[in-house]
Design a protein. Structure first.
Length: 99
């Protein structure tokens, strides 16, 4: 048997929107409304999941996400190469100046 919610959907949405505005943390919003932090966190997750289902990503968003993923991968590779080159330069300078 399903348990009946003691908070209306309107109250839940208002609480989540208040938490999403960014002026207060989720803990502060939950405390001010007299509800549990984890309850509000769950409501937020459900709200965002429902919003994602009603607003599927556009082609532009998909392309931007793919490009961002590729750029992050390239950035990581370049950082690793840079670290290797720094180590090699330090090794060469030690060989040339054996003080």
């Amino acid at each position: 048997m399903a348990r009946r919610s003691k908070y209306s959907p309107e109250f839940r949405d208002a609480a989540v929107k208040r938490a999403l505005t960014g002026t207060f943390t989720i803990k502060e919003v939950a405390k001010s409304l007299g509800i549990g932090y984890y309850v509000l966190r769950q409501w937020k997750a459900e709200f965002l999941k429902k919003a994602d289902q009603t607003n599927p990503p556009t082609d532009r968003q998909i392309k931007e996400t793919e490009e961002l993923r590729k750029l992050k991968k390239e950035n990581l590779k370049l950082k690793e190469e840079n670290a290797i080159l720094k180590k090699f330069a330090a090794m060469l300078s030690r060989e040339q100046n054996p003080d």
